[in-house]
Design a protein around this ligand. Structure first.
Ligand code: SAM
Length: 228
């Protein structure tokens, strides 16, 4: 088997460690320094796609839908959102790490079919929370895959996104009938409770890392139930 070739590294803010992008033949891997190891692999992306399939299902025929994708990773969630959305949609993809976006404009882009080239996409380099805190009813869907799940792991600053305050801010950022979809390595009953307290109607779906096989992950599908 061919050896892995290192294509780039990036520092996660606030001492969050180093991300490394590697390639072996057509396979790509992004790993985090320390015990966490591999975060993403281009052979396993079904659950990342399902995040968009489930989170954008209500927008198939919507005019001018506005969708936030956080974060970019290998682009599978973004590409699946674009596939699910009509031509009039606007999709903002946020990623904390500029190098991740640069990798997707470069060698990594082919994995998910170069979704950053789609004219419906704009990029926000920074915390996805910055968009959501000022959302004020603007978004029809928010698709979050920024960490291992509500308990965090790779970036402790992300805890706010899953907190009571963050969950309520996301609720306010959504338009009436908007949907928040959150990827998680596993279910989390405390997070389900927080979502319900914020006003969401919640359904937790089990998704596989490959179609019909591999590890089971959870997607929290949270629908806004009131106008504000
Ligand atoms: C697991 S990956 C996302 C994988 C992606 N769903 C895909 O389809 O490949 C997590 C991404 O979120 C980014 N990230 C982490 N915390 C973030 C935050 N608070 N705001 C924006 N991006 C963030 C990371 O840099 C990383 O690119």
């Amino acid at each position: 088997m061919k050896p892995w070739i290192e294509l780039g590294t990036a520092r996660i803010p606030n001492d969050g460690g180093i991300l490394t992008l590697r390639q072996r033949d057509q396979e790509f891997s992004i790993s985090l320094s320390g015990p966490r190891g591999e975060l993403m692999n281009s052979r396993r992306f079904h659950s990342e796609q399902q995040l968009s399939v489930l989170g954008c299902a209500h927008l198939k025929d919507a005019q001018n839908a506005r969708v936030v994708v956080g974060g970019m990773g290998m682009g599978y969630t973004l590409a699946a959102a674009l596939e699910a959305l009509p031509p009039s949609a606007e999709v903002i993809v946020a990623d904390l790490i500029p190098e991740v976006v640069a990798w997707n404009r470069g060698p990594l882009g082919a994995c998910a079919g170069r979704p950053l080239d789609d004219k419906r996409v704009t990029v926000h380099i920074g915390d996805v929370g910055e968009l959501l805190v000022n959302g004020d009813g603007y978004y029809d869907a928010v698709l979050l895959d920024v960490d291992n799940g509500p308990e965090g792991l790779t970036h402790s600053d992300n805890n706010w996104l899953y907190s009571v305050e963050g969950t309520s801010a996301i609720y306010r950022s959504l338009a009436p009938s908007g949907t928040l979809a959150v990827w998680s390595a596993s279910p989390d009953t405390m997070y389900t409770s927080r979502l319900k307290k914020a006003g969401f109607q919640v359904d937790v779906k089990t998704v596989r890392e490959r179609p019909g096989k591999g590890a089971r992950h959870a997607i929290f599908l949270a629908k806004k139930t009131t106008g504000r």
